[in-house]
Design a protein around this ligand. Structure first.
Ligand code: PRP
Ligand code: URA
Length: 210
């Protein structure tokens, strides 16, 4: 692992909400709310180092200088489950553009299969936050990052609520330049490529398709 590119969020609010998210007793509605709340908290941490530009401001009392974001972020949820994190991120960065990458894991090979990709034309100029609650084998994340790089994106951060060491290793081997933000680094994958202890199938729990 490349420790300086892996950011594990040991925030009590995130840990508390992830515990609720894991529970098999959490229904679809609460699951959706929790993914959104965790996405909001993780978005705050993952944007901590966004560059700012200077601006001039007139307050009611004085002329001063301040700093603002130069509107350069693109959010890219990996469909489906990444959609659950988008609205919360947009409340933090309302001017962000949103691209979509559709991937599903072939249940037999566990390899990602692409079915949709729509990105803003200026994605190469933007800082890209790739959103997906789960980083399991790392196949989906790595493929999504490769699509983005093929479109010229060079400043990419991956935001996952739960990750497995196997997935972190794959992304870091194939994309050592990418920062990975995790709410929890779990133990391992099971024989079907599911994260243990994990939370099950994020897309199915989010959309009630179990
Ligand atoms: C899940 C999850 C990730 C992927 C992670 O999606 O949301 O995209 O699996 O697994 P990986 O790291 O082994 O690639 P899934 O393929 O189940 O699709 P869905 O969101 O449409 O349910
Ligand atoms: N995808 C999920 O939704 N959950 C896992 O544990 C692994 C991949």
């Amino acid at each position: 692992m490349i420790p300086e590119k892996l950011h594990i969020m040991n925030h009590p609010l995130i840990s508390h909400k992830i515990s609720m998210l894991r529970s098999v007793g959490t229904d679809t509605r609460d699951f959706r709310d929790l993914v959104s709340e965790i996405g909001h908290l993780m978005g705050y941490e993952a944007t901590r180092d966004l560059p700012l530009v200077e601006t001039e401001i007139d307050t009611p009392l004085a002329h001063t200088r301040g700093k603002v974001l130069p509107h350069q972020v693109c959010l890219v949820p990996i469909l489906r489950a990444g959609l659950g994190m988008v609205d919360a991120m947009l409340t933090l960065i309302p001017a962000a553009r949103v691209g979509h990458i559709g991937l599903y894991r072939d249940p037999r090979t566990l390899k990602p299969v692409e079915y949709y990709c729509k990105l803003p034309t200026d994605v190469a100029q933007r800082i890209v936050l790739v959103l997906d609650p789960m980083l399991a084998t790392g196949g989906s994340a790595s493929a999504a990052i490769s699509f983005l790089k093929a479109r010229g994106a060079s400043r990419i951060k991956m935001v996952n609520i739960i990750g497995a060491p196997e997935g972190v290793d794959v992304v870091q081997r194939e994309h050592p330049d990418v920062d990975i933000y995790l709410g929890s680094l779990d133990e391992k994958l099971n024989d079907h490529g599911y994260i243990l202890p994990g939370l099950g199938d994020a897309g199915d729990r989010l959309f009630g398709t179990l």
